[in-house]
Design a protein around this ligand. Structure first.
Ligand code: C5P
Length: 303
């Protein structure tokens, strides 16, 4: 594919959102993180990160929810550029522009996508030539979900979610995402999980779920979807119960909270059913908007 660059000398990278089709959460570890069996599926909603040479590191953002995205050094895109520059002994003299389409603070790894996108964009812009393993190491330092944003497709994440084993997916899944009015803080949802689940068992991946992904069977996948963070997300954001009800009543095979929420995800039988569920959710008054997307989607890609 011929790369399309936004401006001469700039590199644009497209990065997908994710949904957790299984999120099994264990007890809090001494470092505060939780061991997970986290089955990630990349979905076709994308942020684009464009890296352009500049005098100094600068981040800008446009798109839905852009006003809630921090533009300082706490932004994972800025941290990714700094981490790569430090490793290669150069200045992070780059302007990173994020074209946002993944719901902000929605439990769909939008911030992680921007970190992975910035890393791949800076690597290409600077001709760093870092290996995939080096890039994945930097991703893991940036956050638990960042390595998956680089890889895409489907993967089982263990440890705090950063140790990935890629998974085979035997078909296309049609999803609907209900974007909530408001956000949820991931650390707050994990704290609520700890309060609600004092004796969390060791997290294990579900063989039935892995099988459903492998065969590409939406009904089987719908029956196997689980998210251990869902009770905590519902406890902090009770209105999501109404959204889940509206989506399943509209004909979704199943619905669940996406990651730490508050986006809710609905699996549909096919593309037409997904459109119907999305329309019903938009009309239900239980969410800000609803988006359809197919999975699996590729990981961070230069466009
Ligand atoms: O790794 P990341 O920075 O994305 O994690 C954000 C927060 O989510 C952590 O500070 C922690 O509170 C929580 N978390 C966790 N266990 C994980 C992943 C994240 O407790 N496996």
């Amino acid at each position: 594919m011929t790369p399309r660059s936004a401006a001469p000398g700039s590199i644009t990278v497209r990065v997908p959102a994710k949904v957790n089709v299984q999120l099994a959460v264990g007890a809090a570890r001494p470092d505060g993180f939780h061991d997970l069996a986290n089955v990630f599926l990349a979905v076709g909603l994308y942020d684009e990160v464009t890296a352009t040479p500049a005098d100094e590191l600068r981040v800008t953002c446009a798109g839905p929810g852009a006003d809630q995205v921090p533009l300082d050094r706490t932004n994972l895109a800025a941290r990714a550029a700094e981490a790569l520059a430090a490793r290669y002994g150069r200045r992070a003299d780059v302007h990173l522009h994020i074209a946002k389409d993944i719901p902000v603070a929605g439990g769909m790894a939008g911030g992680s996508a921007d970190g992975a996108g910035a890393l791949v964009a800076c690597d290409a812009l600077w001709g760093t030539g870092a290996s995939r393993d080096e890039l994945l190491d930097i991703c893991a330092e940036l956050g638990s979900d960042v390595p998956f944003s680089l890889v895409g497709g489907a993967a089982l994440g263990t440890g705090r979610g950063e140790k990935l084993a890629e998974l085979a997916v035997g078909g296309t899944f049609h999803w609907v995402f209900a974007v909530a009015d408001g956000g949820l803080s991931t650390p707050a949802v994990y704290r609520e999980f700890d309060r609600l689940t004092p004796d969390a068992p060791e997290p294990v991946a579900s063989p039935a779920l892995l099988d459903a992904l492998r065969t590409g069977d939406p009904t089987a996948l719908a029956g196997a979807l689980t998210n251990d963070l869902q009770p905590a997300a519902l406890s902090l954001f009770p209105a999501l119960t109404d959204t889940l009800k509206a989506g399943t009543e509209a004909g979704a095979l199943a619905g669940l909270v996406s990651g730490s929420g508050p986006t809710t995800a609905f699996l549909a039988k096919d593309a037409e059913s997904a459109e119907r569920v999305a329309a019903a959710l938009r009309a239900s008054g239980t969410c800000r908007t609803a988006r359809v997307a197919v999975a699996p989607a590729p990981g961070a890609t230069v466009v």
